[in-house]
Write a protein that binds this ligand. Structure first.
Ligand code: ZN
Length: 249
C-alpha cells in the first residue's frame, strides 16, 4: 500500500529512498552475463541425483541440494528463479546477452560443477549465483559470498572482489534488505567450499539475498516487489562493474 499523501515537508532520505532505475540506453550491448539461479524446483524428488559426488575444485561434494524454504513453504528455488527471470529482462533491456544455468523451475539440477562449467563456457564477462539462505531464525539480512584462490579461479579473484563490493553496495542501497547479522563481515564472506566459486573462470560472486528462516526477511523475499527490486539492484551492480565506476578505489 502507498502512504497517504502528505503536505508536510519530506522526511530525511534513507538508504531505500535511492531513485533506482536501469541506466539509460544499452550500456551492456555486446556483453554476455551469466546467471545461476540456485537449486531447482523438483530437486527434492530425486535424492540419488542430489547425492552424486562431484569435484568442486578442492574436494568432492553433493551434486546439488534442495535449497531452503520459508516456514510457510515458499521455496528458495522459486525465489532464485524469479529473481533470475527479472534480472534477465533487465539485462536484456540494457543490451546484454544472458546465459542461464536453468531455464525453468520445474526440473532437477544441473549439478553445481556443471553450473560453473556452463557459465565458464558462455563467454560471460561476469556472472552471479542467486540464492537465499536458511540461517538462524533470529538472523537477518543478505551476504555476498566471494571466491578464494584455488587454481582454476586464480585469475578472477581480484575482479570478483570488486564485483562483490558493487553487488553489496547496490543491494544495500536499492532493496531495503540489511547486511547480514550472522554471515560474514560487512556483508562479505569468503568461501572455499562452493563449486560455483571454486571452479569459476569468470568474475563471480554468490548472493544470499536474505534469510528465509527469519520472519521479517521471509515477508520481503516472498514479495514480487522485493524480487524485482533485487533484480534491479543486481542489474545496476553488473552494469557498474562492466562499465567501471568512476568512484571505485
Ligand atoms: Zn541456496
Amino acid at each position: 500500500m502507498l502512504p497517504a499523501p502528505s503536505t508536510t515537508t519530506a522526511t530525511a532520505p534513507t538508504a531505500t529512498s535511492t531513485v533506482a532505475t536501469l541506466p539509460p540506453g544499452q550500456p551492456l550491448s555486446g556483453k554476455v552475463v551469466g546467471i545461476d539461479p540456485g537449486h531447482n524446483g523438483q530437486n527434492y524428488t530425486d535424492p540419488s541425483f542430489l547425492n552424486r559426488q562431484v569435484f568442486n575444485g578442492r574436494t568432492m561434494e553433493n551434486c546439488d541440494t534442495t535449497g531452503t524454504q520459508t516456514d510457510s513453504g515458499y521455496t528458495e528455488a522459486e525465489f532464485n528463479f524469479n529473481v533470475a527471470q527479472y534480472l534477465t529482462a533487465d539485462l536484456q533491456t540494457e543490451g546484454a546477452r544472458v546465459v542461464l544455468t536453468r531455464s525453468n523451475n520445474s526440473g532437477i539440477g544441473p549439478c553445481v560443477n556443471q553450473r560453473a562449467q556452463i557459465l565458464n563456457a558462455s563467454g560471460a564477462a561476469v556472472a552471479i549465483d542467486i540464492h537465499a539462505d536458511g540461517g538462524p531464525p533470529t538472523g537477518r539480512g543478505f551476504a555476498i559470498l566471494e571466491p578464494v584462490a584455488d587454481g582454476p579461479n586464480n585469475a578472477v579473484i581480484a575482479t570478483s572482489e570488486t564485483f562483490g563490493s558493487d553487488v553489496r553496495d547496490s543491494f544495500l542501497a536499492i532493496t531495503g534488505m540489511p547486511l547480514s547479522t550472522y554471515d560474514g563481515t560487512n556483508g562479505i564472506n569468503f568461501r572455499s567450499d562452493l563449486a560455483g566459486l571454486n571452479l569459476t573462470t569468470v568474475p563471480k560472486v554468490l548472493i544470499e539475498c536474505g534469510n528465509m528462516q527469519n520472519a521479517t526477511d521471509a515477508a520481503m523475499l516472498t514479495s514480487t516487489a522485493f524480487q524485482q527490486s533485487s533484480a534491479l539492484a543486481l542489474a545496476v551492480a553488473i552494469t557498474n562493474f562492466l562499465r567501471g565506476r568512476a568512484d571505485r578505489p
